[in-house]
Write a protein that binds this ligand. Sequence first.
Ligand code: PAD
Ligand code: ZN
Ligand code: ZN
Length: 413
Amino acid sequence: MWRIGHDSSKSDNISALCPQKARKSTRIHHICREDRNNMSTAGKVIKCKAAVLWELKKPFSIEEVEVAPPKASEVRIKMVATGICRSDDHVVNGSIFVPLPVILGHEGAGIVESIGEGVTTVKPGDKVIPLFTPQCGKCAVCKHPEANFCMKNDLFNPRGTVQDGTTRFTCRGKPIHHFITTSTFSEYTVVDEISVVKIDAAAPLEKVCLIGCGFSTGYGSAVKVAKVKPGSTCAVFGLGGVGLSTIIGCKAAGAARIIGVDINKDKFAKAKELGATECISPQDFKKPIHEVLKEMTGGGVDFSFEVIGRLDTMAEALSCCHEAYGTSVIVGVPPGSENLSVHPMLLLTGRTWKGAIFGGFKSKDSIPKLVADFLTNKFPLDPLITHVLPFEKVNEGFDLLRSGKSIRTVLKF
Ligand code: PAD
Ligand code: ZN
Ligand code: ZN
């Protein structure tokens, strides 16, 4: 599914984006850059631990990998924390295609260890979040005032590399692929400058890592993609880390009624704590859940969100919003190559159906603001973090997700 579409501009030399590159070729500038880099490791290959996925449907293998120094316009990051998102699991189970072997992980936070030539927006020692949807600032999408799915992304037609088409990871003599320009399941990772952003030095990295994916995706789906209105009624299908963040967004936007939908009732208490006014399980009803929701709301909800990644629940979420003015947002990533068929009348009467990656947020612009909002208590992250484990226990973290016991597990390095 993530292979649909093609970005012909991917092979552009990204270093061309950096006007300072030419000036930095002098000896003086070279010394300056080395001064700012971590002298003990800058320019050298770093050997460290990473979780390598060699084969689908197999556990991660904690391996010693070599991480090459960043080339021009690249940044090497020492990871401090990373969340585990269902999208990582979609790769393991084969629903999302990426080239193997690969270092997964895309919801991380860390500290810049060294920078390549021409990098100007981050420096060694900065706290940063890697961006699974880059923001190059130059493409048609980046120039569009609303759109966020930068054409330099590696989600559709993934190459599993940095922008120059090569990898910075090797293990047992083999190149290891990057994952959606992030690869946070490694003590060190290398990303392009367009795939990393500096955040406030006061930010607790073991929490704000969730702003790198799950939180922002859910929250933005409500406040930015659906543009939930005060006093409205919302239905959120799927009460995992992303769905709960959608609830936080619906509440922040002033929704009067927020109905959580999940087959795992253990998720209901937290959903209510975060703003759901009621929660229902489709398994408690004989009729389809969209009919139940229409009855509960006198004709349909204003906004519905599918935050699971299943075709049947995407159709239910669309049907449960009001036929004349409802908006339904797809957030969950659907399985592989399957299609969803819906009757056009569902849209003809006035519904709006949309979807977004990363909550519709332009990543570089929005992440520092979201971190600042977290630091001023505009929204919580703590309730989303149910487990904290050392990085080496990555497989245990995935077991917790698969068994429905965790919301977010944060792995600490
Ligand atoms: P999660 O597995 O923590 O949560 C999914 C929830 O759905 C769980 O609570 C399940 O119990 C529930 N569920 C499963 N099946 C059903 C069903 N038939 N009916 C009702 N509820 C059900 O996942 P998550 O919150 O990490 O991610 C949710 C989805 O969002 C997933 O597909 C992920 O890949 C996608 C995602 N999209 C983006 C994006 O940019 N669009 C970003 C991050 C995650
Ligand atoms: Zn994610
Ligand atoms: Zn772009």
